[in-house]
Write a protein that binds this ligand. Structure first.
Ligand code: TXA
Ligand code: MG
Length: 357
């Protein structure tokens, strides 16, 4: 692909109405209108955006990320009028959930309109949509007045980007512009659901927990791909559920430390580290605050955050994996949080990052 000059423009999320911010947003909207690629912060992770109604522009996303064409993209909208430009209908159940969680990190699979190019949905009848709450994302989409297709702004299968620096590590020279609005809030991608009359199917646990959705709309069924179907992710109802993903270059080894109390989890952790790291200097750990290491541990450590604070763990997860990767370690050991609330999303990412396919 042709090399581009990637421009990085700072923008303050607290002042998107200011004159400097309007100039930056105007430039970014212009790039979108002319079919270019703009990375921008959202409340989850950075997105790599293109005009969702322009198939050529969308094809550019796949080239820049080196993403296979069968993995469809989420379309981001700024308001309900824009939603109507891309989806054919919204059921009352789905609308109820939108009223509860939009703008915010919840993505819906809905029947698409013909205006949405095949490239966006990988030829599928459903399109993924969400309305982000991050001021920069919202202001950009509203100003451009375009639905914006945006996957996470990382090279395919790498950890998602939660800062503009991460975006540039993966995509410098491959995209036109990155809006640098600082670190993203949640640090983990949106929750992906499909709402039908009889069920709510959850394909990707994310910033909005299954419990929070259940409190509004009733039972949520968590989708698990079978081992055979995972071999061909392009045939899954949502390809992302069955892939190696979010992965550092080092081999990631999740350590199942069981359930609370934390002292027992720490005991399992230290045992696992003793066994799997020994004195090997090329082994690194994602270490919760205050957790012990064996006395003969010689590897590197990333201080992850308070084990009881799942928001902090989510926020720092991808930065941790990228930081340890930059130290060129061979193996990263990481404890698995309990599958409750955001912990379910963190586990999901670590499990997918640990896959060997
Ligand atoms: O938080 C997020 O969702 C971020 C920000 C930028 O909005 N975006 C993001 O996009 O994580 P991406 O492309 O990295 O992940 C989208 C997930 C993938 O697992 C994909 O397989 C699934 O959504 N998906 C997208 N469109 C779909 C469709 N039409 N049918 C089924 N699954 C779809
Ligand atoms: Mg992604």
């Amino acid at each position: 692909m042709t090399q581009k000059v990637t421009v990085r423009l700072p923008i303050s999320p607290d002042d998107v109405e200011g004159e400097a911010a309007r100039r930056v947003l105007g430039e970014a909207a212009q790039v979108l209108h002319s079919g270019g690629l703009v990375a921008f912060p959202t409340e989850t992770v950075y997105g790599l955006g293109a005009n969702a109604l322009n198939g050529e522009a969308v094809a550019g996303i796949f080239r820049a990320k080196q993403r296979p064409a069968w993995d469809p993209l989420i379309v981001h909208v700024a308001n309900f009028a824009m939603l109507d430009r891309v989806v054919a209908e919204v059921s009352p159940r789905a609308r109820n959930l939108m009223d509860a969680f939009w703008p915010g990190p919840l993505t819906f699979l809905l029947r698409r309109r013909d205006t949405v190019p095949d490239a966006v949905t990988a030829g599928r009848p459903l399109v993924a949509v969400r309305m982000p709450v991050h001021p920069v994302a919202h202001a950009l989409i509203a100003l451009a007045d375009l639905p914006v297709a945006a996957p996470s702004a990382n090279r395919f299968s790498r950890p998602s980007a939660t800062t503009a620096q991460h975006v540039l590590e993966d995509l410098d020279g491959r995209i036109d512009l990155v809006l640098d609005g600082g670190a993203t809030g949640w640090g983990l991608e949106s929750t992906v659901i499909e709402v039908t009359e009889s069920s709510i199917r959850l394909y990707r646990p994310g910033a909005i927990s299954a419990e929070a959705i259940e409190a509004i709309a009733g039972p949520v069924e968590v989708y698990h791909a079978s081992a055979e179907s995972e071999a061909t992710p392009e045939s899954l109802p949502s390809p992302g559920v069955g892939m190696r993903h979010y992965a550092p270059n080092a081999r990631l080894v999740p350590v199942d430390v069981g359930a609370a109390p934390e002292s027992e989890q720490q005991a399992r952790w230290i045992e696992a580290v003793r066994e799997q790291a020994g004195e090997n200097q090329a082994v690194a750990v994602m270490l919760p605050t205050g957790w012990p290491l064996p006395e003969n541990f010689r590897g590197r450590q990333y201080l992850w955050g308070q084990w009881s604070e799942d928001r902090e763990l989510a926020h720092r997860l991808f930065t941790g994996l990228r930081t340890l990767d930059s130290l060129q370690v061979e193996k990263i050991l990481c404890p698995l949080p309990a599958p409750v609330g955001l912990g379910a999303a963190i586990r999901d990412r670590l499990r997918k990052a640990a896959r060997e396919d």
